[in-house]
Design a protein. Structure first.
Length: 328
């Protein structure tokens, strides 16, 4: 069985264009992670003074349906039994309780076969990365190479959004002028988060050709997730300017509003869709052996144990000689 690619929400699973790509495992231990006492109290107060919306008197439904630690352990143990290794992708904007539960499961199982990855990607970009890893999981890459390839592939994902306000955006540099213009009714901004942050104010009243963020110099396919803002500018202006090979629509991830600082957005992500190109990209990188867990890796850090790659011997030898000379 191929290495399992797991995600923390069902809306991070994008449909594949071919029938050979396996789906991702949606971790119920993350979806139904127990809330803290404070967040549970807030949820109860917002849903009717602590009464169940189903009317059964069992408290808030999310609390009654929360996964226990034993259930979380059983879920992960089943994935490990079937696949051998599990690569988990979790958005940076996911609730803290989700990350805590994932780390607790890995610690209790005492295994180095679970990779917990939280790339600096917006949620839709993370969903695209998960799809790419799913595509590559059926290739001949070892689990260690596949996990560390996530960092490499992230640099080739152009992820952004059209926002109605940038006043609460803290993941992309925002100038004072843009903050001020956020308060003007009807303002919209095109924001590129990765690979290089960029922010533009959209002005549909201007007659000249609209400016667009710098796009990829390679073939991509775009995924668009409209939300409280329509995706007309993305599909009508940005996609043609970037010369994408096609556009598909997806449901906007629940974590997007938290990541972008506003619910008034339309999210997009453009990435390499061809598995042969992805395979060549990953294969072209030199492979190393992790000195801590022994897995193969590419880049400078192991995706499973997070141990950094030691410097080459030719760089450490002069330093050792210098220390020896200084001691003498």
């Amino acid at each position: 069985m191929p290495t399992a690619i797991a995600v923390t929400s069902a809306d991070l699973v994008l449909p594949s264009l071919d029938r050979h790509t396996p789906s991702a495992a949606v971790l119920q231990s993350a979806v139904r992670a127990p809330r803290s006492a404070k967040s549970a109290a807030l949820a109860r107060s917002s849903s009717g003074h602590g009464r169940s919306s189903a009317g059964h008197g069992r408290g808030h439904p999310a609390e009654a349906d929360a996964y226990s630690l034993d259930q979380s352990l059983a879920e992960m143990h089943t994935l490990l039994d079937h696949h051998g290794y599990v690569i988990v992708l979790c958005p940076k904007s996911a609730p803290v309780r989700v990350a805590h539960r994932l780390h607790a499961v890995r610690s209790i199982l005492e295994t180095d076969r679970i990779a917990l990855l939280r790339p600096e990607l917006p949620p839709l970009g993370l969903a695209v990365l998960a799809l790419q890893l799913r595509q590559l999981s059926v290739c001949d890459f070892s689990p260690g190479v596949l996990a560390s390839a996530a960092r490499l592939l992230s640099h080739y994902i152009y992820a952004g959004a059209v926002l109605g306000s940038v006043s609460r955006l803290d993941r992309v540099p925002v100038g004072l002028g843009s903050h001020a213009r956020s308060w003007v009714p009807g303002s919209q901004f095109a924001v590129l988060a990765t690979p290089e942050p960029e922010l533009l104010r959209l002005n549909p009243q201007k007659a000249e050709a609209p400016a667009v963020p710098a796009g990829p110099a390679f073939g991509t396919r775009m995924v668009v997730a409209p939300g409280q803002l329509p995706a007309d500018w993305v599909t009508g202006t940005l996609a043609p300017a970037w010369q994408v090979q096609g556009v598909t629509h997806a449901r906007q991830p629940a974590a997007s509003a938290e990541w972008w600082g506003t619910a008034k957005l339309a999210e997009f992500a453009a990435a390499i869709p061809d598995i042969s190109v992805l395979y060549q990209l990953v294969s072209s990188v030199r492979r190393e052996r992790c000195h801590w867990c022994g897995l193969e890796l590419i880049g400078d850090r192991c995706g499973f144990c997070a141990a950094p790659l030691p410097p080459p011997p030719e760089l450490t030898a002069p330093a050792a000689r210098a220390l020896t000379a200084g001691a003498g």
